[in-house]
Every structure is written in structure tokens, then in C-alpha cells.
Ligand binder design. Structure first.
Ligand SMILES: [Cu+2]
Length: 310
């Protein structure tokens, strides 16, 4: 390999860690039905982004390509039959904490459709990315993530690739760092502390998303794999034969705001949980956790990371 080639390869893999492929046990039998059964999966060697794509990186992409995200475009009336035309404006779903305890089986109490919410305005008009260059980009639909990945010469991981990388070499551990939710009292991820969805104690200092790489890396040198933001994958939902349809809607979840709102038949698996996942509630900041997300939907707690074939 010439020096030029070596340099190009190095540049192409900038910010990615080489995750050795192999066989691993995927899923979990101890939590939600859609994570079971535990099964064996095989993945190849793969370069995986060390952290979710940041606002700064996404801004470079938008500057270079002029890309306009799904959330910045008015919804297609045909895709939302019967919708109030007044609601067919650009916007996205924003988490808004409640004033006090609420029934946890109704996500509409804490997810609000906010006109003007998009990746540059994470809480809607008036909010900015000031001080958030290194936070994961949010309010990106599946097509936005795919467009970024292809611009960057990368692609989205499949669910097995994502989960294998997230596990960091630990076989069937509950968390990506092991079994102890907080080893020696250490906060390992940006997840929700307090009673959801009103008491946000944020002992780590972050009310919503946090800058990438603020919490310990996993065994493969990957950061923010669980907590902070959910991440899109390339895998369709439902994706394996034991999925008896829409299991995720049968129990409460802080994390599925858009599943039945838009195109029901086009969903992708999202992984990793987010800053909204509470130990006392959804507990989805685990490598086995998964949800189906409508491809056209975007929210304030969903981003992505890319991979490169080795
Ligand atoms: Cu959650």
C-alpha cells in the first residue's frame, strides 16, 4: 500500500474504532418480549464511529450538500390522512417534562409535536445549538441518517452489528459495562435519574443530550452507545421470526412516541436508549433493548452513528 493510499484509508476511518467480528449472543431473555429469545449472530470486522454523529459534523454535511432534513419539510398530506391541515407544517417531536406524576401509559403527555423543531432548534423556535456542537445531532429521520452516511462514505449499522459493537466484548452483560448499574458509584451513561417524566435530577449535569465522550467508553473504545440518544439502524422492524408483530406497544414506553403516528409499515430498529430512559421505568439503556421507529419520524432523543466495512 502506498503512503497516499494509507493516508486516504486513515482519513476515511477517522473517528472510528475497529471492532473485531465474530459470533456473539444477541438479545436478552430478561426484559422485554421483543428482545427475546437470545440467539447467536455473526458479524464481520467493522469500523464503527466512536460516538454518535455530532451537530458540528452534521452541519458540515448540510453545508456541503444543502441537505434539508425531513423535519424541515412539511409532512406529505397523503401520508397523514385526516390530519388537521394546520398541523402539516415542518416540525418534530420534543420531549416536554410534565409538572408532576402522570400515568405512564400515555406518551402524548410528555411528547409534543413542536412546529419549527428541527436539528438546529432542538426544543423548537428560540432554541439553538449554541454550546451544543459536540452533542449528538437529533431530529433526524432515517433518510437523513442514510444521506449523511453516504456523504461520509459510510453506512448505518445493521442491528446485529450495532449490538455486537455496543456489547464491547462482554457476553450477555445487562449493560455495556457489565452488571452493576453504577460501578463504585460511577455514572456510566446519560440516562434519566429521578421519577419519569417530571423529576429530572440529572446528577451528571445534563438535562437533555450531552456532549459525546463524557462517559466511559465500552470495551471496544466506543462512547455513548447507551443513553444520550437512541440510534437508527438499517434493520427493518420487526426483524426476526419471533417478533409476533407489535410487541413494543403492549407495554408503556418513554421511547416510542411516533410508532403509530405515521407510516406504520415502514419502521427501522433503533438501539441504545436515551437520556430519557429511567431505571424505574423503561430501562432501555441496555445493548439488547430495541424499538421500532417510523422512518419518517424524528424526535429530540434520536440520532445515529455510522460504520465502515473493514
Ligand atoms: Cu426509554
Amino acid at each position: 500500500m502506498t503512503n497516499t493510499t494509507t493516508g486516504a484509508v486513515r482519513a476515511a476511518r477517522h473517528g472510528a474504532a475497529l471492532v473485531p467480528g465474530g459470533t456473539f449472543r444477541m438479545g436478552s431473555a430478561h426484559f422485554y418480549p421483543e428482545e427475546a429469545p437470545v440467539r447467536t449472530a455473526v458479524v464481520a470486522d467493522l469500523w464503527v464511529d466512536e460516538h454518535p454523529v455530532t451537530n458540528a459534523a452534521f452541519r458540515r454535511f448540510v453545508k456541503a450538500t444543502g441537505h434539508i432534513t425531513v423535519a424541515e419539510q412539511p409532512p406529505d398530506p397523503a401520508a397523514v390522512p385526516g390530519a388537521d391541515p394546520g398541523l402539516l407544517v415542518p416540525g418534530s417531536l420534543v420531549f416536554v417534562p410534565t409538572a408532576g406524576p402522570v400515568p405512564l401509559n400515555d406518551w402524548t403527555l410528555w411528547w409534543r409535536w413542536v412546529p419549527g423543531a428541527d436539528w438546529r432548534h432542538p426544543e423548537g423556535p428560540g432554541s439553538t445549538l449554541h454550546g451544543r456542537d459536540l452533542h449528538p445531532v437529533v431530529h433526524v429521520a432515517h433518510a437523513d441518517a442514510v444521506a449523511y452516511a453516504s456523504w461520509a462514505g459510510r453506512r448505518l449499522p445493521t442491528e446485529p452489528e450495532w449490538e455486537h459493537a455496543a456489547r464491547g466484548g462482554l457476553d450477555q452483560a445487562t449493560y455495556v459495562w457489565g452488571e452493576d448499574p453504577a460501578p463504585r458509584g460511577r455514572i456510566m451513561a446519560n440516562h434519566w435519574y429521578g421519577r419519569f417524566p417530571w423529576e429530572n435530577l440529572h446528577p451528571h449535569g445534563f438535562e437533555r443530550t450531552s456532549p459525546v465522550k463524557r462517559f466511559p467508553a465500552n470495551g471496544y473504545g466506543l462512547y455513548d452507545v447507551t443513553g444520550n440518544v437512541w440510534e437508527w439502524t438499517a434493520t427493518a422492524w420487526p426483524s426476526f421470526p419471533d417478533d409476533a408483530g407489535d410487541t413494543a406497544s403492549h407495554h408503556p414506553s418513554c421511547c416510542a412516541p411516533a410508532a403509530e403516528q405515521l407510516d406504520e409499515d415502514a419502521r427501522r430498529v433503533i438501539k441504545g436508549g436515551s437520556h430519557l430512559c429511567a431505571p424505574s421505568y423503561c430501562l432501555r439503556y441496555r445493548p439488547a433493548a430495541r424499538q421500532g421507529q417510523a422512518v419518517h419520524s424524528s424526535t429530540s432523543h434520536l440520532g445515529f452513528r455510522c460504520v465502515i466495512d473493514a
